[in-house]
Structures are given as structure tokens and as C-alpha cells.
Ligand binder design. Structure first.
Ligand code: TMP
Ligand code: ASP
Length: 238
């Protein structure tokens, strides 16, 4: 597969065309950003860790019936993926209150939620990715119909239930995460983007130590060590 011109550069990845119009190559970057890119950093090897972690988690989800854009991982930092039209909605799924949920609604940090909460954010950097409801999604034409929104919620909950038990077996609490979906040429909704410590919160099951991008956001240090620990636990066979 030949890598051709760069078509998109995001905060965590670059996307390149290939010689097949339905396939792209995603390259995971070492850059780290937070708070709408107000805070920036770089961690040598972070891209390779996220590429491996996301590869493992997408494979696990595929084995459990979730369709994804991933075709195969090509090397340390590159994946061959199906070309999709990204739905500009960030689907955030939460098991434990922290981050913007605690800040916005005053729910004490660390409170275990009585049910899995699914939220939609409008993927628009210039607006700061605002929280939106179902009607906003329809108003902005982000999806075709209400049934697509129900499907995004169903997929978010299903991904959560698969990942939550996988991580529980590896002594990690899956606190919350963000996923993105895309529509392929045949109209299928595929899990896209990545699932990594950049887009999830993981707390150690016993100590509640943060093992995700909050180490960078909050200046706690040892960012790469934390990501390595997450990968190590993912690769633990149970
Ligand atoms: P939040 O508490 O800041 O809203 O974040 C919720 C989850 O979504 C957390 O796991 C981090 C992830 N997330 C992203 O991956 N990208 C983003 O732009 C934001 C705001 C959150
Ligand atoms: N908002 C994202 C985060 O904090 C990334 C960014 O803002 O640049 O995870």
C-alpha cells in the first residue's frame, strides 16, 4: 500500500491518502494537547504506544461484534484504515464522575454514577467542542435521523461494557472515554479515530492513580510511564 499525500492533520494523528481511494493511512503523533490546545507538549514514543493500545482495543471490540475502521496496523505508528466520513459528534461515555462533568454539574470527583452516562459534544474546535443534546444534533444536521443518535448511544454503551470488564480484569477502572464514528461508502457506522489513554481515563483499581492524559493535563509527570503501564496490562492474558 503506497502512502500518498497528507489530507488531514489533527491533534493526535495525520491522515494520508493511499493508492486505494477507500483506504487511508493514519499516523499516530507524539504531540499532546489539552484544553482546546491551549496546553501543548510532546512525549517521545507516545504515538507508538497509542497505536499499539488502540490496535489491541479495536481488535477486542471487533471480536465482540463492533465494526471499526481498522484494517491492519502497518508498523509502530501507522495503521491502514477504511476511509469514512467522520460524524462530527464526540460520544463521551462515563462510569465515574470527574473532569468536565464534575465541574459543570458539581458532582463530587470520583462518584460512581448510578448508570452509564452517554453525552454528545459537537466536534468543532473553534467552538470549543460544546456539549449538545439530541435536538442540537438534528438541528445542525450532524446525523441523518434520530435513529442514528440511538445507534451512537447503543454503540457507546456496548463499547463501554466490553472495555469496562476487560479493564476490570486488569485492575484498571475505566472512568470515562470519548469515541468517534464514521460512515463508510456503504453507509455502515464504523468506530473510527482511536481509543487510547489520550481519549480515555484509567485509574488503578486499588490506588486510583491516574494512568492517562490527565497526567499531562494536570502536570503530574510520568506520562509515558503511565501509557506503558496501560499497554502492559492490556497485554496481560487473563
Ligand atoms: P471531559 O471530562 O474533559 O469532558 O472528558 C471526558 C472524556 O473524554 C475523557 O476520557 C477525555 C475524553 N476527551 C477527549 O478524548 N477529547 C476531548 O477533546 C475531550 C474534551 C475529552
Ligand atoms: N480537549 C482535548 C483534551 O483535553 C484536547 C485538546 O483540547 O487539545 O483532551
Amino acid at each position: 500500500m503506497e502512502k500518498r499525500e497528507l489530507i488531514y492533520e489533527g491533534k493526535g494523528k495525520k491522515l494520508f491518502k493511499t493508492d486505494d481511494e477507500n483506504r487511508l493511512i493514519a499516523v499516530f503523533k507524539d504531540d499532546l494537547t489539552a484544553f482546546n490546545a491551549e496546553k501543548r507538549g510532546n512525549e517521545d514514543g507516545k504515538g507508538a504506544l497509542n497505536c499499539k493500545i488502540s490496535n489491541q482495543l479495536f481488535r477486542l471490540l471487533e471480536e465482540n461484534g463492533i465494526q471499526t475502521h481498522l484494517i491492519k496496523t502497518l508498523n509502530d505508528t501507522e495503521q491502514l484504515i477504511k476511509k469514512v466520513n467522520i460524524i462530527p459528534i464526540e460520544v463521551v461515555v462515563r462510569n465515574i464522575a470527574t473532569g468536565s462533568l464534575s465541574k459543570r454539574l458539581g458532582i463530587k470527583d470520583g462518584t460512581v454514577l448510578p448508570f452509564t452516562l452517554v453525552e454528545f459534544y459537537y466536534k468543532d474546535d473553534s467552538l470549543g467542542d460544546p456539549l449538545i443534546n439530541d435536538e442540537h444534533c438534528l438541528l445542525l444536521d450532524l446525523v441523518k435521523s434520530e435513529s442514528d443518535l440511538e445507534e451512537l448511544k447503543r454503540l457507546g454503551r456496548e463499547i463501554n461494557s466490553i472495555l469496562k470488564s476487560f479493564f476490570a480484569e486488569r485492575e484498571l477502572k475505566l472512568v470515562d472515554f470519548k469515541v468517534e464514528f464514521g460512515v463508510d461508502k456503504d453507509g455502515n457506522i464504523l468506530l473510527s479515530d482511536e481509543i487510547s489513554p489520550d481519549s480515555c481515563r484509567f485509574w488503578d483499581a486499588t490506588t486510583n492513580e491516574k494512568l492517562d492524559k490527565d497526567r499531562f493535563r494536570q502536570g503530574l509527570g510520568n506520562v509515558k510511564v503511565a501509557y506503558e503501564e496501560v499497554l502492559k496490562r492490556i497485554l496481560t492474558h487473563k
